[in-house]
Design a protein around this ligand. Sequence first.
Ligand SMILES: Cc1cc2nc3c(=O)[nH]c(=O)nc-3n(C[C@H](O)[C@H](O)[C@H](O)COP(=O)(O)O)c2cc1C
Length: 411
Amino acid sequence: MAKAAAETRKAFTPGKLGNLQLRNRIIRAGCFEGMCQEGSCSDRLIEHHTAVARGGAAMTTVAYCSVAQEGRAYGHELWMREEVLSDLKRLTGAIHKEGAAASIQLGHCGYFASKADTGYQPMGASRKFNLFRMSFPKVMTEEDINSVVQQFARSAAMAKEAGFDAIEVHSGHGYLLAQFLSPYTNKRRDMYGGTLENRMRFPASVVKAVRQAVGPGFPVLVKMNLTDGIKGGLEVEDAVVIAKRFEAEGASALVPSCGFTSKTPLMMLRGNVPTMEMVAVQKGLSKKIGLLLFGRFMVQTYEYNDLFLMQDALKVLKAVRIPVVLIGGICSIDNLDTAMQAGFEFVEVGRAIIKDPQIVNKWQRGEALVSDCDHCNRCIPEMDKGGVDCVCNTKGPLITKKKGISAAYRA
Ligand SMILES: Cc1cc2nc3c(=O)[nH]c(=O)nc-3n(C[C@H](O)[C@H](O)[C@H](O)COP(=O)(O)O)c2cc1C
């Protein structure tokens, strides 16, 4: 790879997201860091994102920040409030110093909430049993819905005050907004359930309220599902309609993803299922045994392919005028080129940057062609062990490497 050739690639040219100028088109995807013990921003979180910013990404996304204390799936998730603003200002300041922009993913986990961790009863669209928490949620009233809309708006305004340059609304992966969009979890018979128009009402109100809270031009990305991967769940045809609605409500860009955390957790990732590592981080013997015995029914295997969401994401791309950000299996310079040539204006990269925070610089300088992330997914349980990290870097790869990159999880 000639150095000049790498530098002139579209992925390394500046791009505009709303009124924000980004130094290139590579965004670090929101990957829960597990570094917010007591729900606060830690020095480790700041160091983590500073390293990503130093590594060349145009923008780094601070993952899952709940809009309310009860919207957390785990006790070590951040939640937006006055007390965390000064630390968040330190975080955004450190990212900016490295020349990158800072985004924050705002969400509410709905019926994935942990009563043990947060003290709150989980709530959701309908009384649907949740395998993830082995419980039934409280069915949300209209008052609850309006209150969450306000929580999103309030959190977005606070994020802007804390120096974030963009907001990513989490409307995918089975989290609360996705629980309303999905016919699998939304069985309501009021104006928030039934038809797609009704199921979109609450998530669309959130996007509208966030837009109003941050003002015109401020980048609001929406991460949404193309498909839940469940029988009776959301499918791509619906996702195209939802994408258009989010655009109409003021989204600046869309990030189409997939999967439902409680039912198809590895669909959004693909590759190896790190069963033993997941068992090890379960709290309590019964949970460990349960996962060991029934894990293969709860955590299915999905074959990994580079750019694994591209074909479905193209359907969204064709339907909207705002930028669409390609996510899922972007691991090489070739992948960046393919995404840009297909019309995606930005990409979000998760595991390749967890593996090597310098990978964007290396791609840009022509020092690497391909990430050597082997999609072993052992970074996932690390979130519950004090902070996300690449296990290959510390304990070695899961499988023997060939030609500098593991081939085991490639098609
Ligand atoms: C350790 C880890 C944590 C993740 N946490 C989140 C999260 O908090 N929110 C989210 O929307 N996606 C999350 N994801 C999914 C990523 O954002 C992304 O969709 C997925 O990793 C596919 O991109 P990749 O192939 O570049 O890794 C996580 C992924 C990983 C590996």
